[in-house]
Design a protein around this ligand. Structure first.
Ligand code: SPD
Length: 317
């Protein structure tokens, strides 16, 4: 019987759809507490290293986070070409800031996260993720509300990265997946700035959120590209939406991208290079069709509601 091989001490059951659960086998629970904003766990998994889980939703794990954080950050940086000032909204683990700091052109990365307890716990328990990014002299950390920070800084940022937890109804982030929020982002960006948002799963059964987010970003930015990366611990390929007033070259020349990365970054990529970027921008037909078919726009009055939380349980042993 297959179950006889399973050796986890705890199981974290994350609902992917109302019909599917991703059961992550855990060997240790390092942190489990209710912060002012959400339920937080930092766990050690049997297969994928350590992971941050918020409100029962998987955020990232040391074993495959590069498949999320590299495609989150670098396509936007590459579309810009020479980013100096980067704003990260959310991103508690510090890995998004870590990626932005790979760019030698970057003079300042400001990260705004509402939950100081999450940031502190990640700083302490997930050094593999931030790799000292919080201590870099170019990093500024603000514990506060992204909406307020956006209002203060008009036209200031070359790249804004929205690395928020999934928009579950009870969670702290769902309002930040709306047109109203994207309009604030646009005002905070420099005229030729680039915005990217983690934009939900693109598995066929769950693609609605992604399609609607892309349509919502399109109401604010003239050029938008949807792309996705396969992150095994998410249980679905994960989507991103990038918006800008710049032209986006959907068939970038891999050699030119490799030259740009060699010249302007400190390197060390595990996922991204010129060929990978070219592949990322070739969006599968079912994703394009889903985006074309759904014209719902998320607003503060009608924000997204993303399905599912999860629960960690001991195995009784
Ligand atoms: N940093 C936020 C990333 C959120 C990704 N959520 C993944 C859920 C997997 N089912």
């Amino acid at each position: 019987m297959p179950g006889a091989e399973l050796r986890a001490d705890y199981w974290l059951n994350e609902y992917i759809t109302p019909w599917d659960i991703y059961q992550h086998g855990l060997t240790r629970i390092l942190v489990q507490k209710r912060t002012r904003f959400q339920e937080m766990s930092i766990v050690e998994t049997g297969a994928y290293g350590k992971a941050l889980v918020l409100d029962g939703k998987w955020q990232s794990s040391t074993g495959d986070e590069f498949l999320y954080h590299e495609p989150l950050v670098h396509p936007a940086m590459l579309v810009h070409g020479s980013p100096r000032r980067v704003l990260v909204l959310g991103g508690g683990e510090g890995a998004t800031v870590r990626e932005a700091l790979r760019w030698k052109t970057v003079e300042k990365v400001t990260m705004v996260d509402i939950d100081g307890e999450v940031v502190e716990a990640c700083r302490e328990h997930l050094p593999e993720m931030h790799q000292g990014a919080f201590d870099d002299p170019r990093t500024e950390l603000i514990i506060g509300d992204a909406l307020e920070v956006l209002d203060q800084d008009e036209g200031a940022w070359d790249v804004i990265v929205s690395d928020l937890s999934d928009p579950i109804e009870e969670g702290p982030s769902y309002k930040l997946f709306t047109r109203d929020y994207f309009e604030k982002v646009r005002r905070a960006l420099a005229k030729d700035g680039v915005f990217v948002v983690q934009a939900g799963p693109v598995a066929p059964a769950e693609i609605r959120l992604h399609a609607r987010l892309v349509r919502t970003v399109r109401t604010v930015f003239p050029n938008v590209v949807s792309y996705a990366s396969h992150v095994p611990t998410y249980g679905s390929p994960w989507g991103f939406a990038l918006g800008t007033a710049r032209e986006i070259d959907l068939r970038p020349d891999p050699e030119a991208i490799d030259r740009l990365l060699a010249e302007k970054t400190t390197g060390g990529f595990r996922f991204l290079d010129g060929r990978t970027l070219l592949g990322l921008f070739q969006v599968p037909k079912y994703v394009r069709d889903a985006i074309d078919a759904d014209d719902t726009i998320y607003t503060m009055d009608e924000p997204p509601t993303f399905f599912g939380t999860g629960v960690a349980e001991g195995n009784g042993g």
